[in-house]
Design a protein around this ligand. Structure first.
Ligand SMILES: Nc1nc2c(c(=O)[nH]1)N[C@@H](CN(C=O)c1ccc(C(=O)N[C@@H](CCC(=O)O)C(=O)O)cc1)CN2
Length: 284
């Protein structure tokens, strides 16, 4: 079989950011309101610092203002909730991003819930999760939303397909499975406690594989069903995904590279949802 076609997240994300920039400029021209994304970072984890900086840089290119709130690693859950409540009440802020992960001492769920649903452009609140689960309007979690957009771009219709999601995190694995279910896929979840033999047998049956467990090269080409669509949403040190790319691309029909696949789509979705939030919050 020939090698899989690459799903180009970088190119699609660039087009989404260009469209987002036009929408932002239109809003600013019509109303004088500049969309504003507040980024909140607890501590100085190097990867998180990089991701937040990427979000700020791309926001600037899209005509979105950033308000950065760096907090010390010692910040308590109560202090973080106070910051997020203030940002939620600030009319100049349209979207709020709380970078994950935070320190183990922080109650992440309580912190995310302090974000007003209408400003939850990262799709992390229970309100956003429930809306997404029921197919109601709301903001999707950014990486899952970006993955579905990428599948659409490459005419991958999940309806009737067997999809496996490897991973069950609140911001990635769980929601992407629900979005695929919403598109009528037959979804199975595997995760870090799934025995290796079960993982292998489930992946072997899957038409769509979404790897989101954070284990470098866990998914091997020998387990990929010939012609399957493979989406690698793993972020591991050294820009290594959860899929063994070289062996998987020999069997897949479509595959996302790392870097250049799902990652750029995450940020493009965040920016697009920020401008959408600003439009909804602006009485023209
Ligand atoms: N609150 C959130 N926290 C986290 C999220 C999220 O969506 N919301 N996702 C990940 C990390 N992440 C954004 O925060 C992220 C990771 C990677 C990329 C990306 O574009 N990666 C590039 C490579 C980057 C490089 O060159 O260094 C790629 O894949 O091409 C974007 C966003 C965890 N936390």
């Amino acid at each position: 079989m020939s090698q899989a076609t690459l799903m180009d997240g970088t190119g699609l994300a660039r087009r989404i950011v260009d469209e987002t920039a036009k929408r932002a400029a239109d809003l600013t021209g019509r109303t004088g309101v500049t969309p504003c994304l507040a980024t909140v970072l607890v501590g100085e984890d190097p990867a998180s610092v990089t991701y937040v900086r990427m979000k700020q840089n791309r926001s600037r290119k899209a005509g979105i203002a950033s308000r950065h709130v760096p907090l010390p690693a010692t910040t308590t859950t109560a202090e973080l909730i106070t910051t997020l409540t203030e940002l939620s009440a600030d009319p100049a802020v349209h979207g709020i991003l709380l970078q994950h992960p935070m320190g183990h001492h922080i109650d992440e769920r309580a912190a995310f819930e302090a974000i007003a649903p209408e400003k939850d452009v990262d799709g992390v609140t229970l309100a956003s999760f429930s809306a997404m689960s029921f197919g109601l309007p709301g903001f999707s979690s950014c990486t899952p939303g970006g993955i579905i957009r990428l599948l659409d771009e490459y005419d991958v219709d999940p309806a009737g397909k067997r999809a496996v999601v490897v991973g069950r995190s609140a911001i990635l694995g769980k929601p992407v499975g629900l979005l695929l279910l919403g598109r009528d896929a037959t979804v199975t979840y595997c995760h870090s406690r799934t025995p290796a033999a079960d993982l292998s047998s489930v992946v072997r049956e899957a038409d769509i594989v979404v790897a989101a467990v954070g284990r470098p090269r866990l998914i091997r080409g020998e387990d990929i069903k010939p012609g399957a669509v493979v989406v690698d949403a793993g972020y591991n040190a050294g820009n290594v995904g959860d899929v063994d790319f070289d062996s998987a691309r020999e069997r897949a029909s479509l595959i996302t590279p790392v870097p250049g696949g799902v990652g750029p789509m995450t940020i493009a979705t965040l920016l697009s949802q920020t401008v959408e939030a600003a439009v909804r919050q602006t009485v023209a």
